[in-house]
Design a protein around this ligand. Structure first.
Ligand code: GTP
Length: 421
């Protein structure tokens, strides 16, 4: 994805040093002040089967109860059809305001037949792009709050058996629309070895299914140490997480956010126990802006191109990513191909008919010839039989004349004379 981001024109120009101080070095401060004044917007989607700890993780991540009493956590809901819920909260940290929208998908994967359960999610993501595009393309452009989904944390059940078909299908359908960050939910249910094996298995499946999950960028600082830290955090993907909303006391009497079991406690902020901190750091501390940028420059841009280039009325999914001229040219080519195909089919039919007629004629000719030959043979046979009969008769006649010492002709003559007398 990052390859598709525009590279800065500044990088390709020659650098000139100034003789004195002009003041534009203060520009970052101006941008900073303006940005802080304006505040930041971020939309985070959580998806995955119910009960995997989505609400717990969100609350742990932002250290506040985002799912408050007025907006009960999804687990409290009894509705089981997939719908999309949004929860907007304004958070403040050191004077910086963050308008955080959490998009939840209660009921996802809960039905017996889960085919198409990703549809409401896709519709939600695209409707946000649609609203943004609509506001952008108006004659009088209006600035809408940016409600596009900047990241989707996808919860994988800690089954130890890899991704389920539903996980693969969901990620395949969403990966070109939103930044997907896969996480292993409730990783405290597995041993470290099992987690490592499970992670490997998931990554293999992701590669095999050609899923493009969000790739955390390399650290841009020059500090080797930080780069190394960044790489170490990146290598933990998919993050194996544990969520908790309770503060407990660990063995050293320190208060930590964790989960208490009869055999011990899980400190969710301990890097040896889970990847909660790497996830939180990579998502909020380091890459919030990058997630927004990739959403705007890659996912939204793809949507915008498809939408503007597409035929009116078609669903964005069905509209290929191309420009109108290319589309007209393709349609013309398709039409020509269709005509050629029809012509070829007609020629084939004609040739087949001619072939059949010729075959019929030659068959009847052969038949006639055969019948003629047969009747000729029959007649010759009859002739031969008659000749044989004639010969036999002649022989019998000669034998009779010899036996009676009179010829048939003499006998005929005598009988004529007696008749006259
Ligand atoms: P839905 O809203 O129904 O989709 O559920 P959810 O995914 O939001 O789950 P929720 O945060 O409500 O957590 C469900 C149960 O799992 C609760 O009892 C949590 O205390 C528990 N839970 C949450 N995170 C963890 C975890 O990391 N490990 C363990 N063992 N349990 C957890």
């Amino acid at each position: 994805l990052r390859d598709q981001l525009p590279t800065s024109a500044i990088q390709s120009k020659k650098l000139r040093q100034l003789d004195g101080y002009v003041g534009f070095a203060n520009l970052p401060n101006q941008v900073y002040r303006k940005a802080v004044k304006k505040g930041f917007e971020f939309t985070l989607m959580v998806a995955g089967e119910s009960g995997l700890g989505k609400s717990t993780l969100i609350n742990s991540m932002f250290l506040t109860d985002i799912y408050s009493v007025e907006h009960p956590g999804p687990s409290a809901r009894i509705k089981k059809t997939v719908n999309v819920d949004t929860n907007n909260v304004l958070l403040q940290e050191n004077g910086v305001n963050l308008s955080l929208t959490i998009v939840d998908t209660p009921g996802f994967g809960d039905a017996v037949d889960n085919s198409d359960c990703w549809d409401p999610v896709i519709q939600y993501v695209e409707s946000q792009y649609e609203n943004f595009l609509d506001a952008e393309t108006r004659v009088n452009r209006i600035v809408l709050p940016d409600t596009r989904v900047h990241a989707c944390v996808y919860f994988i059940a800690p089954s130890g058996h890899g991704l389920k078909p539903l996980d693969v299908e969901f990620m395949q359908r969403l990966h070109d629309k939103v930044n997907i960050i896969p996480v292993i939910a409730k990783s405290d249910t597995m041993t470290p070895e099992e987690v490592a094996r499970f992670k490997k298995q998931i990554l293999n499946q992701i590669v095999q299914s050609r899923i493009k999950i969000y790739e955390f960028p390399e650290s841009e600082t020059d500090e080797d140490n930080e780069k190394h830290e960044n790489r170490k955090m990146k290598d933990r993907v998919p993050f194996a997480i544990v969520g908790s909303n309770t503060i407990i006391e660990n063995g050293d009497g320190k208060k930590v956010r964790g989960r208490k079991y009869p055999w011990g406690i899980v400190d969710i902020e301990n890097l040896d126990q889970c990847d909660f901190i790497p996830l939180r750091n990579m998502l909020i501390r380091t890459n919030l802006q990058d997630l927004k940028q990739v959403t705007n420059d890659v996912h939204y841009e793809n949507y915008r191109c498809r939408k503007l280039a597409g035929v009116a009325g078609g669903s964005v999914d069905k509209i290929p990513n191309r420009n109108p001229m290319a589309q007209i040219e393709e349609e013309r080519r398709e039409h020509c191909n269709k005509l050629l195909k029809m012509e070829k089919e007609m020629e084939e039919v004609f040739e087949r008919k001619v072939r059949e007629k010729k075959q019929k004629l030659s068959d009847s000719e052969n038949d006639l010839e055969k019948r003629h030959k047969e009747s000729k043979e029959k007649l010759e046979q009859q002739k031969r039989e008659l000749e044989n009969k004639m010969l036999a008769f002649e022989q019998e006649k000669a034998a009779w004349e010899q036996a009676h010492h009179v010829t048939i002709d003499e006998l005929k003559r005598l009988s004529m004379e007696s008749l006259d007398g």
